[in-house]
Design a binder for this molecule. Sequence first.
Ligand code: TH1
Length: 838
Amino acid sequence: VEGGDHLNRELLYSLLDSYLKNDVVSIQESIVHHVEFTLARSRYKFDNREAYFAAAHSLRDRLIERWNDTQAWLKYKDPKRVYYLSMEFLMGRTFLNALHNLGVIAPYQEALSGLGYEMENVQQAERDAALGNGGLGRLASCFLDSMATLNLPAWGYGIRYEYGMFRQVVSEGFQKEQPDYWLTFGYPWEIERPHVTYPVKFYGHVSVHEEGSDGRQNFVWNAGEEVTAVAYDNPIPGFKTPTCANLRLWAAKPCQEFDLEAFNTGDYVSSIIDKQKAETITSVLYPDDKTFEGKELRLKQQHFMVSATLQDIVRRYKEQHKDFDAFPEKVAMQLNDTHPTLGIPELMRILMDENRLGWTQSWDITTKVFSFTNHTVLPEALEQWPVSLVEKLLPRHMQIIYDINWRFLQELQQNHGISGDKLGNMSIIVDTEYGKMVRMAYLALVASHTVNGVAAMHSKLIKETIFKDFNAIWPEKFQNKTNGVTQRRWLAQCNPPLAKLITDTLGTEAWVTHLDLLQGLREHAEDEEFQQKWAGVKKEAKVKLANMIKDLSGDEVNMEAIFDVQVKRIHEYKRQFMNILSVVLRYDRIKSMSPEERKDVVPRVVIIGGKAAPGYDLAKRIIKLISAVSETVNKDSEVGDLLKVYFVPDYNVSLAEVIIPGSDLNQQISTAGTEASGTSNMKFAMNGSLIIGTMDGANVEIAEEIGEENMFIFGVDAKEVPELREQREYLQVDPQFQHAVNMIKNGHFGWNDYFNPLIDSVTGGRDWYLLANDFNSYLQAQERVDSEWRDKKVWLKKSILSTAGSGKFSSDRTIHEYAEDIWKVEPQPPSPPEGRRE
Ligand code: TH1
């Protein structure tokens, strides 16, 4: 690219000598400027959506200033950087988050209202960026917020899917999936980088050349297909810091140079059409949460993401370093589950084949930079790719994986005296009835310096189960990093009345970056005046949730009822089925009461939401069952206000921001030992919602922090589960469980045949997730909920203590631990370049 050789640096600096002004008039000028010149609309007529886009662009300008300064500062300082590699980022909306982190909510609100627009309506025009399935993707997004806020030199890397998580429509109780083409009208928060591109290769074959004075073999990968990865940067502002981190997402485009002769020899038009296939690589997010699908396109996506990312990281490093000696002192990479594990052989390939390093040095570097997070022990989620597929798509990578495995098995035999079956059990390559497979978790483990689970209990479990043999030889590799969530989005932004009450009570806003300060609420837990204020803000949030229910059902719910919420992906192990069975019993009990008895019933509004993977048959039947129960119960005039059940369609980040603050009670009821951590439990606790739950995942640590007596704990312990599973067939089935199941079976809610597979899954000695077994204890916990709700003071105290005890569950704490114990990266608070002033 020509030009720019004779820059007038002085002029350029003087033109940009301070940040854009954030007074109301300057903001209005910039909004109107974007209405006219970015949207090319009339200044005198623009609707809420156009107001949103213009305001977003004006805010984007302010983000870009910080982004540029942060990145220039990091280039100058050249510290060790951390890269978070993830196939999912569930960002949700950005507008309010950026306003809040930049500290400009009030002036923007005033600017917009001065122009005749309501902030609330403008915000609603934004679509969610839903490039993730659930907890794992949302965790990555919370981490980005914390990394920016902590001034860490951090970037996220992922894929810019054109279709995010499907939109769930529930029609007649059945889930229908609709495509989420979220980029219609453009996405104002991204910056396209047409010049940041890399070739990504697939297929073909590998040839060997004897080359050079040392007679070394050089491997050349002659690819059969090549696509171009184009970078899209998404600025991630920290809270009250000029640091702006980056989320770089890759889009696939056809490659310009590749295979030009196809155009000369064949049909011009079909050659062009062929090229368009490249774009399909980044077209759609796989909507399967925890079921490994083994589709070729998914493997392509994984390689595409890590190949572009590693080329980018290596290029950035080489700009400032002459050899690779310092690479491990400058780079840390975190693998978000095994999905980006192909980054390991890809880095080896780049070092050996493209930079001529030997195996030993390449392996030494690779094993110093990667670390790996495991998020589940469920066997169906563990990735195993057929060797035949990897060989076809990535022939050079397959060779490297074989070499890694061979050296690893050598080491096991020579240094650890392992042989026979045990050796086979630890092999990265395993022979199965479907042929040879690559166990991605083992590959990640062998090449990473650290592996971590996501809650104390889960980290212990992986050492005892799926990674037992590895823990025996490398105990020092294993760590725990209990998950966290960002209190900026999940308290400050989504629940302003509660945030204000907390700030007023603590006399400081510092909890927004130091969540431990919430402990200071403890001393007010029994203060009657404070409890009244607490009840007031909870009521405000409940009204918002009630309005949402009104919009979707037309019903006006009873504000005195317990708002009882379970929102998460639909999965057998999360036991939404057990929840609805208890609702069925409650319904039955109310029906059998006299009018006099009914006066003592604590009213409930049960709210359930979540998506089922499109191919997960039982999960879809659970949705239908909830809808069927809801229909029968809600129209039963005898029951009236005492019980209502709603299935909220299309549960997503934006709905969570309304539902979580508005809940009184939340359900975290997975079979002990199945939910690695859970993160909504933390969001609910922060917002003063009480947990009914099992001793599973992070619930265990939440109980330590807020006190078991302030939660409704039930069910068996994880250590009892294996034995109970063995005995399932012979256990006495709880009569109440049987009764609820029978009501469904007998057609009380219609559709009885359709529910048979569901019923079969929990009866006849099957019941893998032990619903029947935990049912009685669950009902007792529900009884305690009702009786404690009756005493408002008791409930309010527990609600306050929930919030007060949630300080540990800030992702700031989690990220601080990753930075210190795993990444060894340090905060780099930027000093704005010469002349730049806030
Ligand atoms: C989830 C875990 O189920 C949840 O317990 C945890 O809080 C969350 O990760 C964050 O750590 C997982 N999501 C996925 C998604 C896929 C594969 C495995 C997991 S584990 C696609």
